[in-house]
Design a protein around this ligand. Structure first.
Ligand code: GLN
Length: 492
């Protein structure tokens, strides 16, 4: 079969179970596509062909033996932030260019236990800091919809790989939009779960109180399959919640949209810099949801102006603390010929970290320093609580909140926005992380240059099933999620 990359996760699952094709065939098909097309997309940092084929053979044996799960034999790409035993994990950084983890992240281990086949590790902004994936030591990844544009970030490799049909789905992480914004830029569905729903064990830390892993795929249904694998309590992550997981696939059907109250924050649609096409596509999608039985309710989210400054104090503060461990001693990059210990630390860190990471370490260290701690970090934590309360108040009168995922479509590669311009692009995503809420991106059309636009729906805590089923039902009634970039139409 030459069109295996067209199949949804459910179709792959059924095809494998029904012996229409084997996992080896499917895996070889994807590896061939990667070999042919990823020279243009540059989504993979590491392709693990040999291991993938061995996993595929084991999957085929399990299917024959009747011990398969729904996903046994289905390929996946992992963001290069998830530790993989015996396979390089770089977090997009020179600092970890030679790092081979002695253990698997819980998400990776769960994937293996479910029989998923790992195709490789995909590119990202260094330590997940960025919105374009250009901050990677391994170079920029291209947006499959227009190779001159970025796929977004930080999970840009995950998004590009799926949008170019170089993986059927992928893991991502979202500290301040890094699943939702690249999903939006690449025309995908991506879910950022509630904080604590997916284990952070073995996921390289950026800002630990905000970091959360989640699925990126072509549809809500595909995301639901991956959520069934990723979600769940993990004793190895102290912030992981002891709460039963839903069956996200089984819950997809029903009448999630009928009677759904969708909050439309006044402040969100008056943001300076909101692109006219993005606004128009988002409004059209909301009209469609209204036609399908939802009610649109105007709401106030009065803290909107505080989102960017609050996130850009808390995230760098936590990052500066988390990244202290890269000292050139225990693991990671080490500067050559140090004259003394201080020289080793200094040069390892200034040679090993890129500019954006260094900027954030400096900002974070400053915000946490003795004289400024109360004025910056403590104040930001207080504002963070107000932002959370703003959302909780809104959820007293609505079920979900709608927003664009990003104010614009994908930037050009090399656009070279200033740090502040770049940070302002995170306006719609970062408050969700500050509050620990779940949110999903769904593709809802294109701008005048044929670049995808995304609708974001923010839910109350633990409403992942609801978000997935709202988007699933929207996707049953529309076909935006079935559109493919030209490069995805190419055969290998
Ligand atoms: N643009 C955000 C940042 O640079 C993305 C962070 C993320 O979600 N990893 O911090």
């Amino acid at each position: 079969m030459t069109d295996l990359h067209r199949l949804s996760i459910r179709e792959l699952s059924e095809g494998l179970a029904g012996a229409k094709f084997s996992s080896r065939e499917l895996t070889e098909h994807y590896l061939k596509r990667i070999a042919k097309l990823d020279t243009q997309v540059k989504s993979y940092v590491t392709v693990t062909a040999e291991q993938a084929l061995a996993q595929a053979d084991a999957a085929d044996a399990a299917i024959k033996a009747g011990t398969a799960t729904a996903l046994t034999g289905v390929p996946i790409a992992h963001k290069d932030i998830f530790c993989t035993q015996g396979i390089k994990t770089t977090a997009g950084s020179k600092m970890l260019d030679n790092f081979i983890s002695p253990y698997d992240a819980t998400v990776v281990a769960k994937g293996k236990a479910a029989g998923l086949v790992t195709l490789g590790k995909v590119n990202m902004d260094e330590f997940a800091m960025g919105s374009t994936s250009e901050n990677s030591f391994y170079g920029a990844t291209a947006n499959p919809w227009n190779l001159g544009h970025v796929p977004g970030g930080s999970s840009g490799g995950s998004a590009a790989a799926v949008a170019a049909d170089l993986a059927p789905f992928a893991t991502g992480t979202d500290t301040g939009g890094s699943i939702r914004q690249p999903a939006s830029f690449c025309g995908l569905t991506g879910l950022k779960p509630s904080y604590g729903r997916v284990s952070r064990f073995g996921m390289i830390a950026y800002a630990s109180s905000l970091d959360q892993g989640g699925p990126m795929a072509r549809s809500a249904e595909d995301c639901a399959y991956l959520m069934n694998v990723m979600a769940g309590h993990d004793a190895k992550d102290s912030t992981s919640i002891e709460k039963d997981v839903d069956d996200y696939v089984a819950n997809l059907n029903g009448t999630a949209i009928q009677g759904l109250r969708i909050g439309i924050p006044k402040q969100y649609f008056n943001v300076a810099g909101l692109d006219a096409d993005v606004k128009a596509r988002v409004e059209e999608s909301l009209k469609k949801l209204e036609d399908m039985g939802a009610t649109l309710v105007e709401i106030d989210l009065n803290m909107t102006e505080a989102y960017v400054p609050t996130y850009y104090l808390i995230a760098p503060a936590e990052a500066s603390s988390n990244l202290q461990r890269y000292d050139g001693v225990r693991y990671g990059y080490r500067a050559e010929n140090p004259v003394d210990l201080m020289d080793l630390y200094k040069r390892s860190r200034s040679e090993g970290f890129g500019a954006e990471v260094q900027r954030r370490i400096l900002i974070g260290t400053y915000a946490l320093s003795a004289g400024y701690y109360d004025a910056y970090y403590v104040k930001a934590q207080k504002v963070r609580r107000l932002i959370q309360q703003d959302f909780l108040k809104a959820f007293e009168s609505v079920d979900v909140i709608a927003a664009p995922a990003a104010p614009t479509t994908a930037y050009k590669i090399g656009a070279n926005l200033s740090p502040v311009e770049m940070y302002l692009g995170d306006i719609y995503t970062i408050a969700v992380n500050l509050a620990g809420l779940p949110a999903i991106n769904a593709p809802v059309g294109f701008d005048k240059d044929n670049l995808p636009v995304g609708l974001q729906l923010i839910g109350n805590y633990w409403s992942e099933s609801q978000l997935l089923s709202v988007v699933h039902q929207y996707q049953q009634a529309t076909d935006w999620h079935t559109k493919r970039a030209a490069i995805a139409e190419e055969n290998a």
